[in-house]
Design a protein. Structure first.
Length: 430
């Protein structure tokens, strides 16, 4: 007898039989309902689950990323040419990045980290970024991103630079990174998604009006992007200032696939030792500051900011040894008075009235970046600088002098005060 027949019996039945039959119908209906709900639950899984989040940098130092709402937080991490600045960069690294990431992670949020591209070599900047992220413990935890903008970036317009950076990151980590750029610059990397399996994050704003999270931002998916930044005027509870708001088209699992596609073990800069640990493997002895100074003078650690990453907390002590060995004290070789830059120094802090004069004496131009340990001339004739030449990656003082047809001794104004240590991008006088 079918359920339909039970619903409208054609003949009278006894009370016991009717109750017994009705109970069976109810049990059958419950079973059917459970089965239908289970099937609908499987069918109801969406193609993707959108995630809302925001991106920050050293300009949002102090933000509580655990409390400020969002499914993900993307943190600006490296600016390789910017040195130490009053707004929170230390040796080219966002000094608050570690805390910003740790707070977000503690709240169960997904994270990303980005490298701001600046003038210079793509491979060196990729190395600097990967080493920094690894030292923070967020390699294979966070999505790896290149921020491709025009400011402080003479390479802007050269899509080959972007591809070189992405390939280097992939070679180092096995992770395909993501590229962030404004919609109008998309032509520079068009096709990179299929050519290199790189994700694209597009920035494009409908207005500059204040907004919160949006369900469907203006021109969503117009480039086939995996993520879109749709406002730089976002306001969220927990932060009084403006925020960049973003939409990621995917689930937390999709996010993890960008961060760690091959499921590498995640890095931990301070791993908890396993216990018990009866067998200790022999370790190579650490280098002394004197030995590291030998390597600096040989050029093994390259130029800054990459040397600072390699030397880490030994940088100041090692550079003091290097300068002492090479005979540089309170004056440069010509007898000109010098000032040794200290951590957190900047020109207008040291010389509030005369910082522009000091900048001219040392061939510094905007953004007037200086580095701890750098030796700045504080006396001399600004008009004696004569001609200038810009240091390119791979240059040596003797090589520059050879190109110009002068002696190496005629070149001056190098930041380190050491003729064996010059930096790409700095301006020398002769």
């Amino acid at each position: 007898m079918t359920i339909r027949n039970k619903a409208r019996p054609r003949h009278k039945v006894g009370v016991y039989y009717a109750r017994h039959s009705m109970a069976k119908v109810q049990r059958d209906l419950k079973c059917l309902l459970v089965a239908v709900v289970a099937v609908l639950g499987l069918m109801a899984t969406p193609a993707y689950a959108d995630m809302n989040g925001y991106d920050i940098s050293n300009w949002q130092t102090g933000i509580n990323t655990a409390q400020t709402p969002g499914d993900f937080v993307i943190v600006g991490t490296t600016w390789p040419n910017s040195g130490t600045t009053p707004n929170g960069l230390v040796n080219g690294v966002n000094a608050d990045a570690q805390r910003q990431l740790d707070q977000a992670t503690s709240a169960g949020k997904k994270t990303g980290v980005y490298a701001y591209a600046q003038t210079g070599d793509a491979t060196q900047q990729a190395d600097f970024f990967v080493n920094t992220v690894k030292s923070m413990g967020y390699l294979y935890k966070s999505m790896l991103i290149l921020d491709w903008e025009s400011q402080d970036n003479a390479n802007f317009g050269n899509g080959g630079w972007v591809r070189q950076w992405c390939q280097r990151v992939k070679d180092l980590t096995g992770v395909n990174p993501v590229v962030y750029l404004q919609d109008s610059a998309y032509w520079q990397i068009q096709g990179i998604e299929t050519q290199m399996d790189v994700g694209v994050w597009i920035a494009q704003y409908a207005t500059m009006d204040p907004t919160g999270y949006q369900d469907e931002p203006w021109r969503s998916h117009s480039r086939g992007e995996m993520m879109r930044q749709y406002s730089s005027s976002g306001y969220l509870p927990g932060w009084a200032g403006r925020l960049d708001l973003d939409k990621f088209w995917g689930s937390p699992t999709d996010w993890d696939a960008y961060a760690n596609p091959k499921k590498h073990p995640r890095t931990d800069p301070n791993p908890t030792p396993s216990t018990p640990n009866p067998v200790q493997q022999p370790r190579a002895p650490a280098l002394t500051d004197e030995q590291m100074a030998d390597k600096v003078i040989r050029g093994d650690y390259g130029n800054n900011p990459y040397r600072r990453v390699a030397l880490g907390g030994h940088y100041q002590d090692v550079m003091a040894i290097v300068n002492q060995r090479l005979g540089y004290g309170g004056t440069d070789p010509s007898g000109t008075a010098v000032y040794v830059v200290k951590p957190n120094d900047y020109l207008s802090k040291i010389w509030p009235q005369d910082w522009r004069i000091i900048a001219n004496l040392n061939g510094l131009s905007w953004p007037y970046t200086i580095y701890p340990g750098e030796r700045l001339r504080t006396t001399g004739d600004t008009g004696s600088a004569g001609r200038t030449v810009r240091v390119n990656p791979g240059d040596t003082l003797s090589g520059i002098a050879g190109r110009l047809g002068i002696s190496a001794g005629q070149l001056h104004g190098y930041r380190s005060g050491n003729p064996n240590l010059i930096y790409p991008g700095e301006i020398l006088n002769y």
